[in-house]
Design a protein around this ligand. Sequence first.
Ligand code: MSP
Length: 486
Amino acid sequence: MEKFYVTTPIYYVTAKPHIGHAFATIVADVLARWNRLLGKDVFFLVGTDEHGTKIEKAAREAGKTPKEFVDEVANTYIEAWRTLNISFDKFIRTTDEEHEKAVSEFTRLVWDNKDIYKGVYEGWYCVPDETFIADFEVKEGKCPECGRDVQRIKEDAYFFALSSYKEDLLKIFDENPEFVKPAARSNEILNRLKGEIRDLDITRKSVKWGIPFQLDKEQTVYVWFDALINYISALGWPNESKFTEFWPADVHVVGKEITWFHAAIWPAMLLSADIDLPKTILSHGWWTVDGKKMSKSLGNVVNPIEISKKYSVDALRYFLIKEKSIWEDGDFSEKELVSRINGELLADLGNLVARTLTLAEKFKGKIEGKQEIEDKLNMNKIKELFESYDVNSALNEIWTFVRSVNKYINDTEPWKLTGARLGAVLNNSLEALRIISILLSPFIPSTSDSIQTQLGIKLGSIDDCKFGTFNGKVKRGTNLFNKITV
Ligand code: MSP
């Protein structure tokens, strides 16, 4: 059976989940569910990043031990992903014992390969981003990435010889231009690789909340070096067969700001440890709120759980994928969300289901007849868009089909028809709905379930997305979506 391994970033437990985290996780969930529909054996990993300065500090401020603090927030993530119907196979925490062991083993391999040496780190550090920043990168005392204050540090440290992998990394980009998606972001990474590459400090002497560095117990492992290893430790590396089965990952879903870590540092680490590289790094754009980056200080952080309670889980899932290109930034607005619920989920899909099912339930004749709308469904295009991980365009293409089925019903006016002609129009419409319920299931799984219950069928695979003679037993249920008035 073909395998598919997809991961999300592991989130810092300093913040509760917001719509940015929900977005990345839903993108990965859509890919996991789509690949299950293709009949693949899927492993979908999510998790939390629990070590480092920022968490040490947050725990202190909350008056808790780091362990108490991380346990609490990790649970918030697990609950959030369950609420949002995320079909993960494993939730990894970097405080898991197996992960800590894997980090030590990985470090040993890199050491044996002579890629670790001792030195002194003198420079800047951005605590919120957990990144080292060189003098020339600091802008007026601020982090060039997030604009927040940086700290000066000088301490003994161990370095990873990242610079010695420069040529290998350039070769990866040269041989596989699709390694990082989209192309524009791949070019940014490539340009950075062509410039000066500095070795990476991979230990911290002053940070106690971290995995002990086996080669020098006065040091802990730098949080990013620790975190990246989650993608293999979650598979039981260096032991278990799951690693052999699922590695290399098909796709790491990551936000644009952490692409460098995944597209340069992680591959170099893997090369040093002699482990295969992941196939694709999908680098997505950000959500802003009222044009601004979400932050606690601006008070504009949108909580996905509150939104899903107010509207519905599927409304949120649909909106986050439909509203903006996966690669670009987009602005979150509740007004737009409401307009997509009323104008698309209800007006296009909900009404289509309601009117087809109402007619079908009353009809006593045979539901059968020739195909009249199958050419409106472009399965090849949908498959290709999924293969290129463009879930936003895939959903747009599916929605084009939803709209053509509505148009078909408007044009054929089945409410004026009887007998065999009505049976044929109903067959086309019900078959279309059956296929739509399969195609939409990665995006809005509960809605798909409820369409299928009303159609009296069970979810099929992608191979079932072909028109035939409808053989469900219809029973009209409650409306899929209700009009939101504000
Ligand atoms: N812990 C690291 C990741 C380690 S992965 C080995 C980290 N964590 S984070 O909590 O800051 O999460 C970052 C990720 O969350 C981003 O890369 C992105 O996927 C998602 N998002 C966080 N804010 C976001 C938006 N405003 N918009 C979209 N996604 C964003 O970095």
